[in-house]
Design a protein around this ligand. Structure first.
Ligand code: NAP
Length: 494
């Protein structure tokens, strides 16, 4: 199970060197069995200092930022190719890292390769604008790299979320310090190694997998860190935003969600059932965009829920290494306890359990952090269980009477990350799709992604956008250039 020798400690990426951290020793565990996957020593405060100083040095002296866009793009294309070459071992490692089923981790790896490829292409074709002049000068809007930027990521889709930050940040010419979640350090270390192999200068990427409240905090506060791109929980995001305000530092915050998925009376029900199941239970619900609040037209409500609960109970929960597994274990035993306390809360608020609500039984499940797909009904949208993010395989279902009632309930949330609409009526889809408050709306599909399409949340779901052609500019400062064309000195001073 171990990815290194039993006594060997996993080296980190600090200041251009592969070396051990100088903080506390710890181990990461395979969520399916509790076996040790990697032993490592966390970075110390001195390691943070050295990594950031080296990143700043590499930014200023390595020539990376000065390379022509097509030259940097060629290196990013090589990273994409290396990820594809090593796709299967990377997917297996990602499975060990966070216990997601192997078909899912393969998709994450493919997505990471696609992200490097996309940002290489976006970089090579990025244009700077000549803006309309209003005087005897011509004007340009150009973009400059920032210096050292930080990427702080959660444990649920490491390789994909790390690539989503690393690729555009490097494309922009910056040095990057990655702080992966303490429980899932492996993929960031792999990506850093692949970047170096592909030709990114040493020191431009450091990986510091320590505790967020210590290492993440120190990185965020560091004066040489010019931007933080954060994905994680809303309260951590707000904490980072407060530090950023003091430093006047731009941040992007990809935060939590409680996304509404809406089944209208005229929906294609086979599509809707599959879509709702996939939307909430894939990744065991450990997904920011999980469709965790279901609204069903009152006329369909009971029949739809019967069907949904029967199908949810038949989902294959089990070994993440098994190709047929649909739901793997949860990330940690502690996270499962949090989910259990949410289900208990929902029941105390009057929720009726339609399926799940417990751990699966049997030898396969004894050592892993498994939990069954769970559906609760009979609740009000204002109940805590319908308002708070659970980040697990728990769906709350509610009926609605008409479009006005639906939109009132769907938009009544502090979160506004994503939404899903199931209907055959394109006019309704258009009206509701425009009126629902969310960063992403899926119509007759759910949880589909394209790197070329911007992603982010409104309200407590975040600030800023990732992905898309403009993703690179998120890691750059805009600058306006005025080029005087006047042959005479400025008259005012005569
Ligand atoms: P989290 O506790 O906020 O942690 C996210 C990252 O922040 C981890 O690397 C964590 O380190 C670090 N961190 C914790 N405290 C910090 C601090 N004071 N300063 C700087 N960094 C700090 O979130 P999580 O439990 O890992 O992830 C689940 C959350 O992420 C959910 O709310 C989910 O919705 C959200 N998420 C959002 C998106 C999106 O794109 N909108 C995508 C995926 C997940 P340690 O874990 O090592 O302590």
């Amino acid at each position: 199970m171990l990815v290194t020798d039993s006594k060997e400690l996993l080296p980190l990426f600090i200041a251009g060197e592969r070396r051990l951290g100088r903080g506390d020793e710890g181990a990461t565990l395979y969520p399916a069995t509790g076996e040790v996957v990697a032993r490592l020593r966390a970075p110390s405060q001195a390691d943070v200092e050295e990594a950031i100083a080296a990143a700043d040095h590499a930014f200023r002296t390595s020539g990376w930022a000065q390379r022509k866009p097509h030259e940097r793009a060629a290196v990013l294309h090589r990273v994409a190719a290396l990820i594809r070459e090593r796709a299967e071992p990377l997917a297996q490692r990602q499975r060990l890292d966070n216990g997601k089923p192997i078909p899912e981790t393969r998709n994450l790896v493919a997505s990471a390769a696609g992200t490097f490829q996309f940002f290489a292409a976006a970089l090579e074709t990025m244009e700077e604008a000549m803006t309309p002049s209003r005087g005897d000068f011509f004007t340009m809007s150009v973009f400059e790299p920032m210096g050292v930027v930080a990427a702080i990521t959660p444990w649920n889709s490491p390789i994909a979320s790390e690539a989503q930050k690393l690729a555009p940040a490097l494309a922009a010419g910056n040095a990057v310090v990655i702080k992966p979640a303490e429980v899932t350090p492996l993929m960031a270390l792999e990506l850093a190694a692949l970047c170096e192999e592909a030709g990114v200068p040493r020191g431009m990427v450091s990986v510091l997998p320590g505790r967020g409240s210590v290492i993440g905090d120190a990185i965020t506060k560091h004066p040489l860190v010019k931007r933080v791109s954060f994905t994680g929980g809303t309260s951590t995001g707000k904490h980072i935003a407060r530090i950023a305000a003091d430093k006047m530092m731009p941040v992007s915050l990809e935060l939590g969600g409680k996304s509404a998925t809406m089944v209208l009376e005229d929906a294609d029900l086979d599509h809707a059932v599959n879509g709702v199941l996939y939307g909430i239970f894939s990744s065991s619900g450990e997904s920011c965009i999980a469709g965790s609040r279901l609204f069903v037209a009152r006329k369909l409500y009971e029949g739809f829920l019967d069907k949904l609960a029967t199908r949810a109970a038949a989902l294959r929960v089990g070994d993440p290494a098994d190709e047929r597994t649909q739901m793997g274990p949860l990330i940690t035993a502690k996270h499962r306890e949090t989910i259990e306390s949410f289900v208990a809360l929902g029941r105390s608020e009057g929720g009726q359990l339609l399926t799940g609500g417990k751990r699966p039984e049997g030898a396969l499940y004894d050592k892993g952090n498994y939990y069954l797909p769970t559906i609760l009904a009979g609740l009000k949208n204002s109940d805590r269980i319908c308002q708070e993010e659970i980040f697990g395989p728990v769906l709350v279902a509610m009926p609605f009477d008409d479009e006005e009632d639906l939109l009132r309930q769907a938009n009544d949330s502090v979160y506004a990350l994503a939404a899903g609409i199931w209907t055959r009526d394109y006019q309704k889809a258009w009206r509701i799709g425009r009126a629902v408050q969310a960063g992403t709306v899926w119509i007759n599909t759910y949880k589909q992604f394209s790197i070329s399409t911007p992603f982010g949340g409104w309200r407590d779901s975040g600030l800023g956008r990732e992905k898309g052609r403009l993703g690179i500019q998120q890691y750059m400062e805009q600058k306006s250039l005025y080029w005087g064309l006047n042959t005479n000195p400025i008259a005012w001073a005569n």
